[in-house]
Design a protein around this ligand. Structure first.
Ligand SMILES: NC(=O)c1ccc[n+]([C@@H]2O[C@H](COP(=O)([O-])OP(=O)(O)OC[C@H]3O[C@@H](n4cnc5c(N)ncnc54)[C@H](OP(=O)(O)O)[C@@H]3O)[C@@H](O)[C@H]2O)c1
Length: 324
C-alpha cells in the first residue's frame, strides 16, 4: 500500500452524507484536520439541524454529491442503495466514494462511474469513540480496502481519508471488502451485539426464575460486564484472567466452555455460512423492505423485558416503594 498522505493532500470538499453515529464523527474529525467538509442531509430532519448547529454547510444529499470530489456514504446500510439510486448520478467522474462498512459493496448493486474510486475506510469502533479518541490526540485503527480503482490512486485516497480521521495515529489495516464485511457481521452477531445480549438476558432470567432479586441479578450479570470488558480490552484473555480472583478464574475455565459448548459453536458456524452465502443480507433486505416487522416487534419486547425495570431500580432511577 502507498504511504499515508497528509490530509492536506486530499482535494476538497468532502461531502458527508448522513450525520449519524459515523457521519458526525467523520465530519468533525475531518474539519479539525483542516479538510473542508460539507454535509448532505434531508431538510427538516434531525441530522440537518444537528449539522447546522455544529457550523457545517448543509445541502440536500444530491447537492452535496454534486459539489464534492470525495463523498462519504454514511447512511444506514438498509437505506443507502435507494438513496444512491436517486443522488449517485451527480457524482463527478473521478470522485472518490468512501464507505465505512462493506455491506452494500459486497451485497448491493450500487452503480459508480467507471473512473471513480470506491473505497472502504472502516474505523474499528462506534462514531463517538472515533471522535473522543481523536480529541484525545489518539486514533482508532481502521480497515482499508479498495472496491474500484478508477483513477489508479484509490489506495492513496483511502489512506488520506483515514489519516484525516485520525486513524493513521493508530494503525491502518489493509483488507478486502469481503473480509471486512463478513467478519464485521459475524462479530456483531456472535459476540458484540447478538451473543452478548442473549448471554446477559439468559443469565438474568436464570437467576430471577430461581427467585433471586432482579436488581441484584442485573448488577451482577449486566452492569458489571463493563469492568470485565475493559480488563479484556486492555489485557486480552490471559491478562484478564490474571486480574480476577482464583475462584472466579477456576469458574471461568471450567464453566465457560459449558455455556459456549458444541451447540453454540455449531450455531456460530451456521451463522457464518448464512453471512458468506448472502442469505443473511437477503433476509435483512427483505425485512427492511417490508417495514422491519420482526425487528420492531423484538425491540418492543426487549424494551418491556423485566431487566429494564431491574436496571432502573438497581441504578437508583426509580424510588423504592415507601416502607421497602
Ligand atoms: N454505528 C457504528 O458504530 C458504525 C461503525 C462502523 C461502521 N458503521 C457504518 O457506517 C454507516 C453509517 O451507519 P451509522 O450507524 O452512522 O448510521 P446512523 O447513525 O443510523 O445515521 C444515519 C444518518 O442517515 C440519515 N438517514 C436515515 N435515513 C435516511 C434516508 N432515507 N435518506 C437520507 N438520510 C437518511 C439520518 O438522518 P435523518 O434521519 O435525521 O435524516 C442519520 O443522520 C453504515 O454503513 C454502518 O454500517 C457504523
Amino acid at each position: 500500500m502507498s504511504q499515508v498522505h497528509s490530509p492536506n493532500a486530499m482535494q476538497a470538499p468532502v461531502a458527508i452524507l448522513g450525520f449519524g453515529n459515523q457521519g458526525a464523527a467523520h465530519a468533525l474529525n475531518l474539519r479539525d484536520a483542516g479538510v473542508p467538509v460539507i454535509v448532505g442531509a434531508r431538510p427538516g430532519r434531525g441530522a440537518h439541524a444537528r449539522a447546522q448547529a455544529l457550523g457545517f454547510d448543509v445541502f440536500t444529499l444530491a447537492e452535496a454529491v454534486a459539489r464534492a470530489r470525495v463523498v462519504a456514504l454514511l447512511l444506514p446500510d438498509e437505506v443507502a442503495p435507494a438513496v444512491w439510486q436517486q443522488v449517485g448520478a451527480g457524482l463527478a467522474a473521478d470522485a472518490a466514494v468512501i464507505f465505512a462498512h462493506g455491506f452494500n459493496l459486497l451485497y448491493g448493486a450500487l452503480v459508480f462511474p467507471k473512473g471513480a474510486d470506491v473505497v472502504l475506510v472502516s474505523p474499528t469502533g462506534p462514531g463517538r469513540v472515533l471522535r473522543s479518541e481523536y480529541e484525545a490526540g489518539r486514533g482508532l485503527p481502521a480497515y482499508l480496502a479498495v472496491h474500484q480503482d478508477g483513477t489508479g490512486r484509490a489506495w492513496d485516497r483511502a489512506n488520506a481519508y483515514a489519516a484525516a480521521l485520525g486513524c493513521a495515529r493508530a494503525r491502518l489495516w489493509p483488507t478486502t471488502v469481503r473480509e471486512e464485511t463478513e467478519v464485521d457481521l459475524f462479530g456483531e452477531q456472535a459476540v458484540l451485539c447478538g451473543g452478548m445480549n442473549a448471554l446477559v438476558t439468559a443469565a438474568f432470567e436464570t437467576l430471577t426464575e430461581a427467585g433471586f432479586s432482579p436488581e441484584i441479578a442485573y448488577l451482577e450479570c449486566i452492569h458489571q460486564l463493563k469492568y470485565l470488558a475493559d480488563l479484556l480490552h486492555e489485557k486480552g484473555v490471559s491478562g484478564m484472567r490474571s486480574g480476577i480472583s482464583g475462584t472466579a478464574c477456576y469458574g471461568d475455565v471450567t464453566r465457560g466452555p459449558r455455556v459456549i459448548g458444541e451447540d453454540s459453536r455449531a450455531q456460530m458456524r451456521a451463522m457464518l455460512a448464512e453471512i458468506r452465502s448472502g442469505d443473511f443480507a437477503r433476509e435483512w433486505g427483505a425485512e427492511a423492505a417490508s417495514g422491519r416487522p420482526r425487528l420492531d416487534a423484538a425491540l418492543k419486547a426487549s424494551a418491556a423485558h423485566p431487566l429494564e425495570l431491574a436496571r432502573r431500580k438497581a441504578l437508583g432511577m426509580v424510588e423504592p416503594p415507601v416502607g421497602a
